[in-house]
Each structure stands twice: as C-alpha cells, then as structure tokens.
Design a protein around this ligand. Structure first.
Ligand SMILES: [Zn+2]
Length: 86
C-alpha cells in the first residue's frame, strides 16, 4: 500500500519491494512493451510514467534484484558513457 502522507524518504536506497512488470519479459529478463515494430523497456517506461526526466545521454539502470522490476525507487539514472577514471 502506498502511503504518500508518510514523508518523503529521499536517499532511501531500498524504496520498498520490487514491482514485477506484468507485461512480456525478454530472454534477458527485461520487461518490455511492443511499440510499433520495436519495443520499449518497461523500466524505462516506468521512469517516464513517474514523471521523471530522462535527459539525452542518460539511461535508466534497471533494478539490480529484478530486471523487470518497475519500482522507480529501484531504478537509477546513469550517464550513457561511463566517465574515464581519473
Ligand atoms: Zn526492484
């Protein structure tokens, strides 16, 4: 159950349980939906549907525990190109 009046737990890495995607899941375990001839990744879709930004050059990293998890608290925005270590 979502209790939105319970304060914003910013910085909480856990964010509750995994929410498995109910749609199709590919061989690698990623949830997806068919869009025209292609497909859109479920975790990415969940990110956008949550109203979160996906700037160019960034990607949404799937949940570590469950690849087709669509709990946005488990997703993370990462730069597409890893920065060179200094
Ligand atoms: Zn998860």
């Amino acid at each position: 159950m979502l209790d939105q009046g319970d304060g914003d737990q910013a910085g909480d890495q856990d964010g509750g349980r995994c929410r498995p995607w109910r749609g199709p899941v590919d061989r690698l375990g990623y949830g997806f939906v068919r869009v025209g001839r292609g497909r859109a990744l479920a975790h990415r879709l969940a990110w956008r549907l949550a109203g979160l930004e996906l700037p160019a050059g960034w990607r949404v990293r799937p949940c570590r525990a469950l690849r087709h998890c669509v709990n946005v608290a488990h997703l993370e925005l990462l730069p597409r190109r890893p920065r060179a270590p200094h």
